[in-house]
Design a protein around this ligand. Structure first.
Ligand SMILES: Cc1cc2nc3c(=O)[nH]c(=O)nc-3n(C[C@H](O)[C@H](O)[C@H](O)COP(=O)(O)OP(=O)(O)OC[C@H]3O[C@@H](n4cnc5c(N)ncnc54)[C@H](O)[C@@H]3O)c2cc1C
Length: 213
């Protein structure tokens, strides 16, 4: 289905939010879509950044140097059409958990996208979000996350809440064994965080992950 671009917001030199017409695209927060230029067979998966009830569809994309699709999408213009397929995926919250359980969200880079959608869709969510990034400028729209629920672990500058990798910080963190944990982004972080959480006594069925690359 073709969706018209409403706006493109640059958050850093390489990372941008594309907002499109929603048309009648229904999804659950945490799901992803497949995106590409019209008539181009190259499409890529992107978690949906906007909330499920919002009247538009957004994705948060980092341009990968030498990448095919993320570079082309960055050059797209307001008013242009994009091809959207989906939604896909099961990285979603169970209705019965949403207002009852405590959540720990772990993201690297643009892996923050499904968590942004959760927070937009479920305003009463009890969560902590730890964002692993390289530079402070990658704290994408951190003002969205209220009550000091957002915590940055920054590896290459000292402007974050913690200087170092997300997984190093996670080792020091007290996590209640009943917490539901959602991990999204780079596969190395997800593997390491999985082990750390299990060492902290979190059951395997309380750990959910979405691997980007
Ligand atoms: C379920 C799912 C959801 C995703 N959601 C998002 C999202 O919300 N935002 C987003 O920016 N990307 C997301 N991705 C990654 C995205 O699908 C593409 O892989 C990415 O945009 C690169 O595509 P490309 O065509 O530009 O590069 P390609 O030509 O396909 O790949 C070039 C290389 O870049 C690597 N790569 C992919 N992503 C990154 C990255 N972020 N940083 C560094 N290297 C990378 C690939 O492993 C590959 O080796 C998601 C992937 C999956 C599987």
């Amino acid at each position: 289905m073709l969706h018209k671009i409403q706006s493109i917001k640059n958050l850093t030199d390489s990372t941008y939010i594309i907002r499109m017409d929603k048309n009648n695209f229904d999804f659950r927060s945490g799901q992803y879509l497949s995106l590409g230029l019209p008539d181009d067979v190259n499409m890529r998966e992107y978690s949906i950044y906007s909330g499920a009830q919002e009247p538009f569809l957004e994705v948060l994309i980092k341009e990968v140097k030498e990448g095919d699709v993320s570079v082309l999408l960055k050059k797209s213009k307001v008013g242009q059409m994009l091809n959207v397929e989906g939604p896909y995926g099961f990285f979603t919250l169970r209705e019965e958990d949403i207002e009852k359980r405590e959540f720990l969200f772990l993201a690297t880079g643009t892996g923050i996208s499904p968590f942004h959608s959760f927070v937009k869709s479920y305003p009463n969510l009890n969560y902590r979000l730890i964002h692993g990034i390289r530079l402070h400028e990658e704290t994408y729209e951190k003002e969205t996350y209220q009550n000091q629920r957002y915590f940055s672990a920054i590896s290459q500058d000292s402007k974050g809440d913690y200087k170092g990798r997300l997984t190093s910080y996670l080792k020091t963190l007290k996590v209640d064994p009943n917490t539901l944990c959602f991990l999204c982004g780079n596969v190395d972080m997800i593997h390491d965080a999985y082990d750390i959480l299990q060492e902290k006594g979190i059951a395997v069925d309380q750990i959910h992950s979405e691997v980007y690359f």
